[in-house]
Ligand binder design. Sequence first.
Ligand code: PXL
Length: 277
Amino acid sequence: MTDKKILTIQDISCVGQCSLTVALPIISACGIETCVLPSAVLSTHTAGFSGYTFRDLTEDMPNIKDHWKKEGISFDAIYTGYLGSTKQIDYVADIFAEVASDTCIKIVDPAMADNGNLYPGFDAEFVQSMKGLCGKCDYLLPNISEACLLTDTEYKTEYDEAYITLLLDRLMALGCKNIILTGVSYATGKTGVVVYENNTYSYYEHVKIADGCHGTGDIYASSFVGALLQGKTAYDAAKIAADYVLECIKETQKADNHWYGAKFEPVLYKLIEAVRN
Ligand code: PXL
């Protein structure tokens, strides 16, 4: 077990099984003390609900950070997910600079797009700022849509290894140190994750379940972070996270019309077992 303390910065979607309501239970279940900085509070997430409320907490972020500094609080890891504005990205960069321990591991999930499209409310300026944050992290976890936006590369649904290598090279050019690229599929019925760590490329392939569900990106990143902080290699953490997401999707398929998120709770024990092994 570890006594590391992580800070995760993302929104609270009160209903929707994503962002902080996923990150906090998952990373805690991995045995890591998890501190949170909510970047906004929404009544629901933005994918499929309409008329959601959005309380922007951007201007609270520097005050919270300053209080932590005054109290001498610092973090062994900082993991960012969905951020609500360009300004928040600037504040996250300050948090990276001011409340990180000397050996702090910084993990960025540039949660902003899927299936080739930006989530509602994001624009080119946000993407541009996110590129800067990517250059400041130790582990970047984009899906292919996000990787394309971050590197100004055409989004494709069919591709070969050369296309994925090009995306990785372009992401590295932003200053990323290690990349976990999710949703990489080279064969029908299969998908997987590419891990680019210390200039070494590896690929974990697994079965693709046709109906993915919303929120699996956050489940993936949170379980990757939990496993990594428990001392797993990036490859092993990426594999544990992929296997766990598959279990979550299978569990969700058992339920009727559970469209807004993935049922990660009933199979959380499987993640705990994998992280302990
Ligand atoms: O799962 C990513 C996410 C997080 N937070 C909010 C979202 C989304 C994706 O749509 O809308 C508010």
